[in-house]
Design a protein around this ligand. Structure first.
Ligand code: GLU
Ligand code: ZN
Length: 282
């Protein structure tokens, strides 16, 4: 099986130095492996990711010397595939409708005080016990999200692991246990868009035949959720390679303000792509 890599930014703002590092890191891994390299724009949230930012991302990536194989995949054009994934999960009985607002969740979760790895309150499961009917909610015009019933999902999948070539925030590496428990019942279809990051990324990685997923350590813990979805859907388990925060040429961690400098601003300030790579220690 030949290796397939991808860089999959969400163009909800200008790409910055952190993106440049992640893109070039992915390109280096793909070249080492003699594999293919794909570009996917994760723009399912059309409000936050207007087409012009996707176009700018493509130009910025060309400028830094990132070159991909084949067409760019605009994720928003494949919502039908995401819907099919949700239908399959629905058929497995692992989804439930949730009408809670952010405020409802914050109030209900306040007592428990548990947070997910991103620091948001864990959903207390209120609507799991209500067993709301999606058709009825739709008929009544009540907006609702769809959540994963994690306990039920795990009874179907059993314990899961993944292969980590890089490392997680706590140094996790090698064969790692996928522990989605800290996330609780995550949202798989948002109220405003009929999909979610988790559903879209798992669906598209499988459809594009990705064999190794490279990305920042900030997404390491989300991998556990992705493994559960892959197992439920009978999709292959890719390898993972999470990278740390970007460092400068001397190995010092780049400050947040430098890491979030738009690629465009550097270009306009007369920085060359070679100088930028040096700033990133590449
Ligand atoms: N689109 C996601 C982001 O920019 C990354 C997706 C991934 O690499 O899994 O945060
Ligand atoms: Zn709810």
């Amino acid at each position: 099986m030949s290796a397939v890599y991808r860089f999959a930014p969400s163009p909800n703002g200008e790409l910055h130095l952190g993106h440049a590092y992640s893109a070039l890191f992915t390109q280096a891994r793909a070249r080492e492996a003699g594999g293919r390299l794909l570009l996917r724009l994760e723009d399912i949230d059309r409000v936050r990711c207007p087409g012009r930012l996707g176009m700018q991302a493509i130009n910025d990536l060309r400028w830094i010397g990132f070159s991909w194989d084949g067409h760019v995949r605009w994720q928003s054009r494949h919502m039908e595939a995401h819907r099919k994934t949700l239908d399959r999960l629905e058929a497995l009985g692992v989804l439930y409708a949730c009408t809670c607002t952010r405020g409802d969740i914050a109030r209900a979760a306040a007592g428990a005080g548990t947070c997910d790895p991103d620091g948001s309150p864990v959903y207390p499961g209120t609507c799991r016990r209500r067993a709301l009917n999606c058709d009825e909610l739709e008929a009544q015009g009540v907006p609702f999200a769809r959540r994963l019933d994690l306990t039920r999902a795990l009874t179907l999948t059993g314990a899961l692991t993944f292969r980590e070539h890089g490392s997680g925030p706590a140094g996790e590496t090698g064969r790692v246990a996928a522990d989605p428990g800290r996330w609780g019942d995550v949202v798989l279809a948002r109220r405003d868009i009929a999909t979610s990051y988790h559903v879209a990324v798992v669906t598209d990685d499988a459809l594009q035949g990705i064999t190794c997923i490279t990305r920042g350590q900030d997404l390491f813990y989300a991998t556990a959720v992705h493994r559960v979805l892959q197992a439920l859907l009978g999709l292959p388990a890719p390898d993972y390679w999470h990278h740390g925060l970007i460092r400068d040429g001397d190995g010092a961690k780049l400050s947040k303000s430098i890491a979030s400098r738009p690629i465009r601003a550097l270009r306009e300030a007369g920085v060359t792509p070679e100088e930028m790579r040096r700033m990133l220690g590449l």
